[in-house]
Design a protein around this ligand. Sequence first.
Ligand SMILES: Cc1cc2nc3c(=O)[nH]c(=O)nc-3n(C[C@H](O)[C@H](O)[C@H](O)COP(=O)(O)OP(=O)(O)OC[C@H]3O[C@@H](n4cnc5c(N)ncnc54)[C@H](O)[C@@H]3O)c2cc1C
Length: 301
Amino acid sequence: MPLSPEQQAEIDALRAEPRPTLRAVSDGMEAHLYRAAPVLDHGFVRVVDYMGDDAAICQAARVSYGRGTKSVSNDEGLIRYLMRHWHSTPFEMCEVKLHVKLPVFVARQWIRHRTANVNEYSARYSILDREFYIPAPDTLAAQSTTNNQGRGAVLEGEEAARVLRWLRDDADRAYDHYEAMISQDGQQGLARELARMNLPANVYTQWYWKVDLHNLLHFLRLRADAHAQYEIRVYAEAICDIVRDWVPFAYRAFEDYRLGGATLSATALDCLRRMLKGEEVTQETSGMSKGEWREFRAAID
Ligand SMILES: Cc1cc2nc3c(=O)[nH]c(=O)nc-3n(C[C@H](O)[C@H](O)[C@H](O)COP(=O)(O)OP(=O)(O)OC[C@H]3O[C@@H](n4cnc5c(N)ncnc54)[C@H](O)[C@@H]3O)c2cc1C
């Protein structure tokens, strides 16, 4: 269970006390505020705070005194224009602060996104919970035969059962030893900052992660993509659901130009023009490498 009854009660108490404010609010985001969206077996993403909405993006772009809204269709058109032309700073005017609970090996990928502010749960100060990510059977897959950086067919039968057993047993044994090492029952007790090194990378950690919308969309572009590892992708997808409700115009433009769109090189664009004129272009006559050609065909077929 991602949240204990006490944690859920704290969230419910926060949501039970709405306060009037002069600040711009997004109704879609208010529905998410404080609530935890479950991810993986023990993880979650929840919005702790946010600033701005679609109108704030337009307000900054127009450098206006009021809400900046001329009309709803104008606002959406402006946001699409900004997204299309990589005019990114207006998107930086919106910010979100998330509380994320995630396995350490996912955190290692996530932390590579340097344009956020992070504060992580201290395992020097606190004792980590006995919570380990164990993949669901349908995500427990073999090494891909075509992609060195991915997985292929789902493991089956005795092999799947053995892998799951080892993952659970090893995590349990490591945690038993962690607990025994830090215990001060009849011994000095090893410092928490040292004992934690015995825990495997599927142990859960938590952090507060604050980022502006421009850099968040960059994170989502990379991590909600099919090439991202499943375990970080599901977090990105949970955040996409939040962003869609928070800034619907910006999210629609992002889906259209970034998530669903494609960038073409000058060579690829030239091939496309030749194909539109009726020429039969092949990889050999395209001027592209096999990999580029495969990606080009995947984008246009
Ligand atoms: C599918 C996938 C596979 C990956 N595989 C690997 C791998 O095998 N090994 C590995 O090490 N990493 C890997 N990465 C991580 C990747 O290389 C990036 O580090 C990560 O995606 C963060 O991207 P970013 O630097 O653009 O993001 P951010 O750190 O958020 O930066 C955003 C943008 O700010 C600018 N910026 C930020 N900091 C600097 C800086 N110090 N100098 C210059 N510009 C800066 C850049 O324009 C950057 O694009 C992988 C990522 C993905 C999505």
